[in-house]
Design a protein around this ligand. Structure first.
Ligand SMILES: Cc1cc2nc3c(=O)[nH]c(=O)nc-3n(C[C@H](O)[C@H](O)[C@H](O)COP(=O)(O)O)c2cc1C
Ligand code: SF4
Ligand code: SF4
Length: 379
């Protein structure tokens, strides 16, 4: 197997696969990560409380019996914890703070350790919200934006952990994107309904940032649901506790899926609610269908859209396939949609399914790169 099957890099961080362990306060430390998530591409430790305000709130919660990581020397503890992850997974630390200065100090430390800082905009216990922690940041977008900008000045790779369906998700994604964060880690919970796959799609079509999807992933079918809505990675929290083998199994499945399919998080077709990347699978825009509305949101006319796809195809094997519906593989469907005409063309070209899909992935990037309206400004 290739050492870099997925080609997942952000700044100084490289992920060996798109499966992550999500944070759980008082539970996910280095020992837990080494034991339950040795195979994961990313482990997110914490949450850690790093200033007086957050330590005080966590202490109140701990007194009520909730598990929390509390230390008088949070910076030292975090440094020790990052270094104690022995699995070769990338490491992130999920943190709470009522003030900015400790976040800046920690960002420098985390950067120097080659890890990721994850700003917790997710926890929702009433005491946290009252102190302005966790989810309170979602309701104060100017502060969230200001903090992201300031933290990013340190050069740290920054993730923001959010909860979906609290505020306008598309607007939130754009604010985080424009402030300069690198990753959005979204708990796609819809209160009373479980995981909300549409929320993942909403984030995907509002930003091109690296997206980690989270909530109720307990098998590869659930992970694939999130991938096909545009998650670049999926994370698991409770599932890892319930099944210590879960992360290993997810990694094994996604590795073989990527080897066979070539684009592990390929979108659904546009007419099945696919995200913008699915324009790579769309037909020539000659008849009325949802493709028109989709490319219009990126500022393309039908002619420009067709020209952009053909421009990309020129000089690649997607140019060929004259017996297909529109005379070129550039207009052809996703490999998982059965089609003997396309498969015949692929055979004649000696182009494997995964090579075909990797070209489609490059095509999707090309379409987004050449859009007149960038994804984070489309409405
Ligand atoms: C006991 C427990 C503690 C958690 N603590 C944190 C935390 O400190 N920071 C955070 O961002 N999310 C925390 N979460 C949320 C998880 O990271 C995750 O978003 C949520 O559990 C949904 O994912 P799951 O269905 O895989 O468990 C916690 C979840 C649990 C169950
Ligand atoms: S162009 Fe084809 S794939 Fe795209 S939305 Fe229309 S019918 Fe679906
Ligand atoms: S030839 Fe097959 S894969 Fe290509 S556009 Fe037509 S139906 Fe889709």
């Amino acid at each position: 197997m290739s050492d870099d099957l997925f080609n997942l890099h952000i700044g100084y961080v490289c992920f060996k696969n798109p499966i992550a362990l999500a944070p759980m306060a008082g539970i996910v430390d280095s020992a837990f990560a080494n034991h339950y998530a040795g195979d994961a591409g990313l482990v997110v430790l914490g949450a850690f409380n790093i200033d007086e305000g957050s330590i005080s709130v966590a202490s109140q919660l701990a007194a009520r019996g909730r598990k929390e990581f509390i230390s008088d020397e949070p910076m030292e503890l975090i440094k020790k914890e990052i270094r104690a992850v022995t699995s070769g997974s990338a490491v992130a630390v999920n943190v709470r703070s009522t003030t900015l200065d400790p976040l800046i100090e920690l960002a420098k430390l985390v950067r120097d350790e080659g890890a990721i800082l994850e700003l917790n905009a997710h926890c929702r216990q009433p005491e946290m919200l009252e102190a302005g922690l966790g989810e309170a940041l979602l309701r104060d977008l100017p502060r969230l934006s200001k903090w992201i900008r300031a933290i990013k000045e340190t050069g740290v790779v920054l993730s923001v952990k959010v909860r979906a369906n609290i505020v306008d998700d598309a607007e939130l994604a754009r604010v985080i994107d424009k402030a300069g964060a690198d990753i959005i880690h979204v708990d796609a919970m819809l209160e009373g309904f479980g995981p909300d796959m549409d929320a993942i799609l909403t984030y995907r079509d509002a930003t091109r940032l690296f997206l980690i999807g989270n909530n109720s992933v307990t098998d590869f079918i659930a992970a694939k649901e999130m991938f096909s809505r545009g998650a670049d990675m999926v994370s698991v929290a409770r599932g890892a506790m319930d099944d210590p083998e879960l992360i290993r199994k997810l990694v094994e499945s996604v590795n073989s899926y990527q080897e066979i399919i070539g684009w592990y998080n390929a979108p659904k077709h546009v007419c099945s609610d696919g995200d913008f990347r699915a324009l790579a699978f769309c037909c020539m825009p000659v008849k009325p269908c949802p493709v028109h509305e989709k490319f219009k949101k990126l500022g393309y006319t039908a002619e420009e859209f067709a020209r952009t796809k053909m421009e990309f195809a020129r000089g690649t094997l997607l140019e060929f396939g004259e017996d297909t519906c529109f005379g070129s593989l550039v207009w052809c469907c996703k490999i998982t949609k059965p089609c003997w005409i396309r498969d015949g063309a692929l055979n004649a070209l000696d182009l494997s399914d995964s090579e075909y899909m990797r070209l489609k992935e490059q095509l999707a990037k090309y379409i987004l790169d050449h859009a007149r309206i960038p994804v984070n400004e489309s409405r």
